[in-house]
Each structure stands twice: as structure tokens, then as C-alpha cells.
Design a protein around this ligand. Structure first.
Ligand code: CLF
Ligand code: SF4
Length: 554
């Protein structure tokens, strides 16, 4: 099959598997189904109104495939896949798989039997846990027996849980049938290049056909397998996400081409993640001083890809044994000893009832967003093109509901105002920001990422030494929205030019952010304050699990 000419859009996916297969088969026969950037857009991954019911069912409660769902639903990983068949210069498996996780030793590798017991235990305790992923610590498809045995048993024992896997793609084509056999509806392929010359700088070797292959030849084989695997999954109607690690000076600009190529082949989402390369992780990039991107460098590449494949911006680079909402890690609650003591009851009705409540909350969040959008349709030509970032402290449910001192990450939203065109109100469940249509002027709110920080509040009192690093992490923001904040951090943030805002405590995030933005523009218009651009911010590297645990204990 051609790896360069098949073009499958989300529109094609909507027509169903048969239509997609037809397109790819036509391409394989060389009959002119041409590629072409921009021919169709994945567009918003949308909501029930703008995608077929079959696809909505797959994404609506998957925390990685829907930005909105990630506020409400949890995922877990089971570390049943220790081996890998390639080497990435950003990985040292003594720590973890950077492919789908942040550095940190996997606490324990599991057998399929242990994994299934753990999944059932977590599902009975955390009814919003809807997705089980196999994401390492090596490569899921370099450990096919353990991976598929786990999926096979879970299909029977936890039938409402969505199955998900992550792979480097080298062995993907040969396992597409197996993936479909176990109803694995979500696959992630890590694709960092579409040019083997770039690939040779990222992958020193692959293990292929019983031998180790290096250099351009290795990257050429990997590229071919990745593209073929993506096309085959698209043809079979499996939703495929592409993860790319942004490595400044190696593939930063190149990722725009990667975005274009994976969109052509029907990728549902593209997740561009920052390189994590601390020297102490012992990776080639860490030891050679290859740096990761700054927050604004990452955002610039993501922004340049808008209009291509849908972007995922809420990835937390999870551990291969993570449990909980994205950004939290409850794996310590489910060690084998603790599971042994637990009374495990897999109550499907209870899980469904809980998830129905979540849907009610989610609809309320959506309604609040729509109302806030409608209220934000006034402005003035002086606001034209104004864009600001705000940081939000949240512990879930889509609300501004976390104390500044308890935050181990801030979610970042971009607010902008255009004098032309009313905002296109988003369909429920939308992933991306808001488009534009006709009419007088409109404000937009767009989720653009998150920033990890060190916990400020330690054991009931503030740790002032942490403040500079927290300010650094959100230094490109104009305001920080929190449920509460103490006097000392309030003063320090103000001195750094970041407005601390606690008057929207427990409101939905988008509503709070848009209301604050209206007040900000009014203050600029009245001359009370002057709108100033902000600087760049640092991306915090490495794990923050300890901080999260301390926060939940505080
Ligand atoms: Fe896991 Fe990955 Fe499935 Fe999600 S994670 S296998 S798609 S269930 Fe999600 Fe974690 Fe990012 Fe992965 S936030 S690292 S994208
Ligand atoms: Fe590491 Fe994953 Fe790369 Fe394998 S594919 S070397 S486990 S990052």
C-alpha cells in the first residue's frame, strides 16, 4: 500500500469503515486519491451534534481524546509491557517510557493476571475510571502476548471499560487484526518524524527481522511501518492519536510536516509533547544537554499546526502505571497488598449511575460556557487582537475549585477578542477553541495546556522558596484564577505582574475566565490598567506525584 497518497479525513471516518477502506484501497491501486494538505480538516473533534454517534460514543468519556472529558473521567495504565524493540534518545527504561509517561520508575511490572485484578479493583473504587491503557514501560506491541492476554480477559471481566494502547508503531501493521479482535478502539502511535534523516537523530537503532539496524536505514523502516500502521487502523475505523515529542533544533519545525502527513492518513488527534531530558534520567538527550522547549516554544509549534490534525493539549505525559484523572496519580492506593485487603465488587449499574451524574455536571459546564460566550459578545475596536493567558487552579469537575497553595499544576487558557464575527458557540464536548462566524465581535476561550508546579502549601503553611519557580511556570499569564490564596503569594504574584483572582471560586472555568477577561478589557478601556505583553514560561520537568499526594493529604 502506498504510504504517501492515501487521504482519509474525519468526514470519511463518519461514513464508516467501508468508505474509509474504499479510499485506502483506491490509493493503494494508484488511482489518484491524492493527498493534499488542507483538503479536509479533522476540525473539532466536536460533540454529539457534529460527529456520528459511533465516534461520539468512543470519545465522550475518554479523558485523552476529549479535552472536556478529562475534567471528569479517569484512566489507568497497567505496566505489563516491559520490553521494547527500538531505542529512543529520550528514553531510559530504568526510569519509565517517555513515549507515554513522565520519568519515574514504574513501581511494579504486572503479569496479565495481576493487571486484570488491579483494573477490576480500581474500577470498583473509581467509577469515573473509563479507560484502561497499556503504555509500557516498554512498547505494548513488543510484548504482544501479555498485552493481548490482558485485553482479552478485560473484555469479559470489565466490559464497559474502553481499551487503549500506545506503541512506537514498528510492529503495528502485523497486529492490526488482533487490535480489532479485542475491540481496542484507541491506539496511540508515537511519530516524531516523517523524514528518516530527522529520525536518525532521534533513534540510534531498531530491532527488526532478528537484527539490530541503525542510522537512516532504521529510521526508514520505522517510518514506513508507522505510516502503514496508521493507514491500516484508519481503514479499520480505529481512532488513532499520534504523539510527538518536540525536540528543539531536531524536529520542532518538522512537526508541522508530521502533523500534515498524519492528518492525511486519518489521525484523529495529534499530541505534541515537550521533550523531558533531565541529565539524571540518564537518557542520551539528557546526558548530551539536549534541552526541552519553553512553554512558548511548545505553544508556537502547536499553534502552527492548527488547521491540521486536531491537537491534544492536555496530555500529562503519564507514568506507565498511572491511575486517576489526568494530572493526578492514585497508583499508591492500589498496590498488590492493598488490593488484597479490598472488598472488590464490580458493580456495573453503580458505575453507570455515577457516570450519568457526571454527564449532568458536564452539561451544566457546557451550558455555563455557552452563556458566558453569549455574554461576552461586546467589545471595542481597541480590544482587537488582544490575547491573554490565564492560569487556573482546579481539582476537577471543570471548576475553579483549588486553593493556590494546593495546586501541583495550573491549567492554561487563552482568551482573545476579535472585533469581527460572533463566536461560534461550541458543540458540547468540543476539544478545541471556538471558531468564528458573522456579526459584531466576540471573545474566545481556548484551553492551551497545563503547567506543573511544586506545591506551595506544605503541611499547612506556605513554602515561600517555591514561589519563584511557580511564578516562572506561569510567567506568560496575566492572571491566576484560584478558589483561595494567601497574602504572601498574592503579593508576590502581583509584584511579578500576574493578577491573583479568587472571586470566581467554584464557578465553571470557561465562564470564570471569560468574565474575568471582560473585566480586564473594561479596566484597560477605562485607563485603570495598561495591557502589556507577558514573557515566556518554563516547563517543569519530571514527576510531581509526591506533590499531588501531599496536596490531597493537606
Ligand atoms: Fe493511556 Fe495514552 Fe490511552 Fe490515554 S495516556 S494509553 S491515550 S489512556 Fe493521555 Fe497520558 Fe498523554 Fe497518553 S495523558 S500520556 S495521551
Ligand atoms: Fe522507550 Fe518507548 Fe522509545 Fe521504547 S518506544 S525506547 S520504551 S520511549
Amino acid at each position: 500500500m502506498s504510504t504517501s497518497t492515501a487521504f482519509v479525513s474525519i468526514g470519511d471516518l463518519r461514513k464508516g469503515r467501508a468508505a474509509v477502506s474504499e479510499i485506502l484501497e483506491t490509493a493503494a491501486a494508484g488511482c489518484g486519491t491524492s493527498g493534499g494538505a488542507g483538503k479536509a480538516s479533522c476540525g473539532s473533534s466536536g460533540g454529539p451534534d457534529d460527529m456520528p454517534a459511533e465516534i461520539w460514543e468512543k470519545v465522550k468519556n475518554h479523558p485523552c481524546y476529549s479535552e472536556e472529558a478529562h475534567h471528569h473521567y479517569a484512566r489507568m495504565h497497567v505496566a505489563v509491557a516491559p520490553a521494547c524493540n527500538i531505542q529512543c534518545n529520550y528514553c531510559n527504561r530504568k526510569y519509565d517510557c517517555s513515549n507515554e509517561s513522565r520519568p519515574g520508575v514504574v513501581s511494579q511490572k504486572l503479569t496479565p493476571d495481576q493487571a486484570v485484578r488491579k483494573v477490576v479493583a480500581v474500577a470498583s473504587e473509581i467509577p469515573q475510571m473509563t479507560v484502561l491503557g497499556i503504555a509500557g514501560p516498554g512498547d505494548a506491541l513488543a510484548n504482544p502476548a501479555k498485552t493481548f492476554e490482558t485485553f482479552r480477559r478485560l473484555q469479559a471481566e470489565a466490559p464497559d471499560i474502553k481499551l487503549c494502547l500506545s506503541t512506537n508503531g514498528l510492529q503495528l501493521p502485523q497486529y492490526v487484526d488482533e487490535i480489532c479482535k479485542y475491540n481496542v478502539d484507541h491506539v496511540t502511535i508515537t511519530i516524531n518524524m516523517v523524514d528518516p534523516a530527522v529520525g536518525a537523530r532521534i533513534y540510534p537503532w531498531i530491532f527488526w527481522d532478528h537484527q539490530r539496524i541503525t542510522g537512516i536505514e532504521a529510521a526508514t523502516i520505522l517510518h514506513r511501518q508507522q505510516m502503514l500502521g496508521l493507514e491500516m487502523l484508519t481503514a479499520r475505523g480505529v481512532l488513532t492519536k499520534v504523539n510527538s515529542v518536540l525536540i528543539p533544533g531536531i524536529n520542532d519545525e518538522h512537526l508541522i510536516e508530521v502533523n500534515r502527513e498524519v492528518k492525511k492518513r486519518g489521525a484523529f488527534l495529534h499530541n505534541i509533547m515537550p521533550l523531558i531530558s533531565e541529565a539524571e534520567h540518564g537518557t542520551v538527550f539528557g546526558l548530551t544537554g539536549q534541552r526541552g522547549p519553553s512553554a512558548q516554544e511548545l505553544k508556537a509549534v502547536q499553534d502552527a499546526c492548527m488547521g491540521g490534525a486536531n491537537l491534544m493539549r492536555h496530555c500529562r505525559q503519564c507514568r506507565a502505571d498511572a491511575v486517576g484523572l489526568l494530572g493526578e496519580d492514585r497508583s499508591e492506593e492500589f498496590t498488590p497488598d492493598k488490593i488484597e485487603q479490598m472488598e472488590v465488587v464490580y458493580d456495573l449499574d453503580k458505575r453507570r449511575a455515577y457516570q450519568q451524574q457526571v454527564e449532568v455536571e458536564r452539561q451544566a459546564q457546557h451550558a455555563a460556557k455557552v452563556a458566558a460566550m453569549e455574554a461576552a459578545q461586546t467589545g471595542d475596536a481597541a480590544d482587537a487582537g488582544m490575547k491573554v493567558l490565564v492560569a487556573v487552579a482546579t481539582e476537577g469537575h471543570g471548576k475553579v475549585n483549588q486553593h493556590f497553595g494546593h495546586a501541583t499544576e495550573f491549567q492554561i487558557y487563552e482568551l482573545s477578542w476579535s472585533p469581527h464575527g460572533a463566536a461560534h458557540l461550541p458543540p458540547e464536548g468540543t476539544v478545541a477553541g471556538l471558531g468564528s462566524g458573522p456579526a459584531p465581535g466576540h471573545a474566545e476561550v481556548l484551553f492551551v495546556g497545563h503547567r506543573r508546579v511544586d506545591l506551595y502549601c506544605q503541611g499547612g503553611y506556605g513554602e515561600d522558596e517555591q514561589l519563584p519557580s511557580i511564578v516562572n511556570a506561569i510567567n506568560d499569564c496575566h492572571a491566576v484564577l484560584v478558589s483561595k490564596i494567601g497574602a504572601c503569594p498574592r503579593d508576590e504574584l502581583k509584584a511579578a505582574g500576574i493578577e491573583p483572582v479568587d472571586e470566581y471560586a467554584h464557578e465553571f472555568i470557561e465562564q470564570a475566565a471569560l468574565t474575568w477577561f471582560g473585566s480586564y478589557r473594561a479596566r484597560v478601556a477605562s485607563g485603570e490598567i495598561t495591557h502589556q505583553p507577558r514573557g515566556d514560561a518554563s516547563i517543569r520537568q519530571g514527576a510531581f506525584t509526591a506533590g499531588a499526594e501531599a496536596a490531597s493529604a493537606a
